[in-house]
Write a protein that binds this ligand. Structure first.
Ligand code: NAD
Ligand code: ZN
Length: 360
């Protein structure tokens, strides 16, 4: 058994209003490198009050990014790095303010400031050669766990794969639940369900252990408070809970693994460009034979918030599309190994995965 030796975030501040701590946190770093900060902010905040609360000084760069057209790409990271280096030099640090997409962009670009060439060279585990620059994450939508994970997922010309190493992990995270208050209901649900699914998959597999279980158990309890029963909804108390649940779900899977749903979801994202959290919800509803209780509970959560997922999609998918997706999913052996066991290849074939997609 190879045990995971994982670097955690250096510092975490949690609480409503903790965004206001940023100026003090950054002051200690301002004199590093070429003495300016690069703020990468979700374009949603353009024209919104939060933008004015960013403690930027005249020399700093604020880069607004629209994350909706596509998930972060290697090309996008390389271009951003080159533009900043060519105009202003090496920042003292990178601050990402947004969802999983912005978290990944901030993590990736912080590494690429110090590692030469294209980010495509570093997609994989421990391929990065030098530590990146200081990076701080401020999530504004909760669920993916990208704020705590050791990977920055990028889509490149050949693969969708993360820059994964100890140096990817944020130096600092600010968890201010007030920032997620404006998330629309559907995104609040899909992204939150990513946490829920992380925990169910982490728990249901051979890598589950006391450490990952403790995080998953607590995270699931918080998810149930947020999404089920009379107290459910986007209240300040539930925003506190969801933010902590996201982080704990991320930690649970870090020390265990995700499973069948994430494998199928990667196929949907790579071939049909579906967004990660939505693709997970879409896949999970059909996986009752793997995660019976989890699927029943997720359906209950969707129902309580009047979110319906499309059915019968596979009718419109060609055999070629389904085969391509099944190949992507099959090529995630660590997930199948965790979910099914060491002999997974005897049970799971590309044809079997095609049958799973045909349920969609
Ligand atoms: P996202 O960052 O793509 O944002 C989703 C939407 O929510 C966007 O439209 C955004 O503008 C909006 N939004 C964000 N904050 C808001 C706010 N406060 N109010 C209103 N709208 C707001 O969403 P996500 O689901 O958090 O992240 C998905 C990405 O995360 C994918 O690219 C996926 O690959 C990646 N991911 C990474 C990891 C990891 O460990 N690194 C894990 C899972 C997913
Ligand atoms: Zn996920």
């Amino acid at each position: 058994m190879i045990h995971k030796n994982f670097k955690n975030i250096d510092k975490v501040v949690f609480g409503r209003g903790s965004f206001n701590n940023m100026a003090g946190i950054l002051a200690e770093r301002r004199n590093e490198n070429d003495k300016f900060f690069l703020f990468i902010v979700d374009n949603y905040f353009n024209g919104i009050e939060l933008l004015n609360r960013i403690p930027a000084e005249p020399d700093d760069i604020i880069k607004l990014i629209d994350v909706d057209p596509h998930e972060p790409t290697t090309e996008q990271i390389d271009a951003l790095r080159d533009e900043v280096l060519n105009t202003k030099g090496l920042p003292a640090g990178v601050i990402g303010i947004g969802g999983g997409s912005i978290m990944d962009i901030a993590k990736a670009v912080s590494l690429m400031f110090t590692n030469e060439g294209s980010s495509t060279l570093y997609q994989g585990l421990n391929l990065i050669k030098k530590p990146g620059i200081y990076h701080l994450g401020v999530p504004t939508i909760s669920g993916t766990g990208a704020e705590v994970s050791m990977t920055a997922v990028l889509t490149g010309p050949e693969k969708k794969l993360g820059l994964k190493c100890d140096w990817t992990v944020f130096n600092q995270v600010i968890l201010d639940p007030e920032l997620i208050a404006t998330v629309p209901t559907d995104k609040w649900l899909y992204t939150g369900m990513d946490t829920y699914i992380h925990c169910i998959e982490s728990e249901n597999g051979i890598l589950n252990n006391t450490f990952s279980h403790a995080y998953a158990e607590q995270s699931l309890k918080l998810c149930r408070q947020v999404y089920l029963g009379d107290e459910a909804g986007q209240t300040p108390e539930n925003n506190d809970r969801l933010m902590v649940a996201s982080m704990m779900g991320g930690l649970s899977l870090t020390y265990s693994e995700v499973g069948v749903c994430h494998a199928l979801s990667y196929g949907l994202s790579k071939i049909l460009y579906m967004k990660h959290c939505y693709a997970n919800c879409l896949a999970f509803q059909h996986l009752g034979d793997f995660y019976a209780e989890g699927v029943a509970e997720l359906k209950q959560m969707l129902q309580q918030h009047n979110v319906t997922l499309p059915q019968g999609l596979s009718k419109d998918w060609s055999d070629e599309t389904i085969t391509a997706m099944a190949q992507v999913a099959y090529n995630l052996p660590h997930m199948w190994h965790h979910a099914i066991g060491p002999d997974w290849k005897e049970k799971i074939t590309v044809d079997y995965i095609k049958q799973l997609y045909n349920r969609f």
